[in-house]
Design a binder for this molecule. Sequence first.
Ligand code: FAD
Ligand code: PYC
Length: 417
Amino acid sequence: MTRFSLSSLITNGLNKDRLWDQQWEKPEPEKSYDVIIIGAGGHGLAAAYYLAKEHNITNVAVLEKGWLGGGNTARNTTVIRSNYLYDESAKLYDHALKLWEGLSQELNYNLMFSQRGVMMLAHSAHEVASSKRHVHANRANGIDNEWLSAEQAKEFCPPLNISARARYPVLGAALQRRAGTARHDGVAWGYARAASARGVHLIENCEVTGINRNIDGSVCGVQTTRGTIDAKKIAISAAAGSGALMQMVGVNMPLESFTLQALVSEPIAPVFPCLVASNTVHAYISQSAKGELVIGAGTEQYISYTQRGPLHTVEHTLAAICEMFPIFTRLKMLRNWGGCVDVTPDRSPILGKTPVPGLYLNTGWGTGGFKATPGAGHLLAHTIARDAPHDINAPFTLKRFQTGRLIDEAAAAAVAH
Ligand code: FAD
Ligand code: PYC
């Protein structure tokens, strides 16, 4: 059996290729595992960690077709918040936010978690009403959120343009002060290291191409590009890849895939204190610890599996940012990228059991799953270990698309779609 060499993984920010080439032993799959998790994004890695830590299940492999944390975990803009409308969602996302609050210490890995506040702007009477409804609903659920006038919003974020002559004047904003940002790949690496230390196998370059089943229909293993591997239980945590994996067991998923783009500016001195999002102008912005402004767009309006989008979306996004924050008009863009997000009809995730015995599913996080990483992993581990959902994820079934008991969070997405 080969394992990762952990002694060299004592600092953050290590170069992945250098680690792979010089310091990591390349693990080979065992013949049989108690649990296989498909997808080594933040969610899959977190689930493996909590299986080992909280349920003492360590004969676990995480299979990844690419490299650890190279999917949407590597592409997102790191907004972390829990200001969702419905009780079910508020509980789900606040569970994750509470885990974020102690995670750097727990993993002994600096995730650069920064509760700098997330402010969501309202530009119309309709948005004011909807935002206030979110504020009241959150507070009723014990989650911090407050309504600010345009002047208070500017006080909190001085670069904000609140001129009444703007094309979409700022009428006010909802502010969640506990919300913020973190280092995106840090969470994948932190969970990977901690899971590996507890005996979990992390197997890269291993794409799952088929799911094997017993005569009674229950799962018994996977076919991969590195051979067949047996398992008693299997969890799919593969973001936009989940639909294809579920088709391998004959289940068509209520999922659509869209491209979502983001970009960073050249680095500048610290100037932007929080995160500001506006659905109306299709843009949101924060500043990373490196000084780059991190700017995101709305989702593309067509279905696609590509991880790149058209330049006109970037132009539109930057025009919106320059109108909201005129001090940035002369900044240069450093780089841009896209990811492919997995979206359900009600914009809420699917996290639970499937109709196939021994097969569990975590998908449909769309544009908003980064913030959920610790919570999703924690709840997925619980569901696998107990063969039953936790109270928090019990409502997020696949079955809700048959029963019609949807959890419609369309208005809570911080990005336009
Ligand atoms: P991933 O990190 O995508 O991991 C899934 C893994 O499964 C991938 O590594 C993939 O290679 C692997 N896989 C797929 N198929 C197979 C297979 N057959 N065999 C083996 N492995 C397989 N969310 C927020 O909360 N806040 C944000 O600010 C935010 N911004 C975003 C900005 C952009 C531009 C994008 C694209 C997304 C953003 N998101 C945001 C969404 C967030 O990134 C995702 O919801 C989250 O990262 C999902 O994590 P994951 O671990 O489920 O998926
Ligand atoms: O879920 O808050 C969010 C978000 C912002 C940008 C992309 N997702």
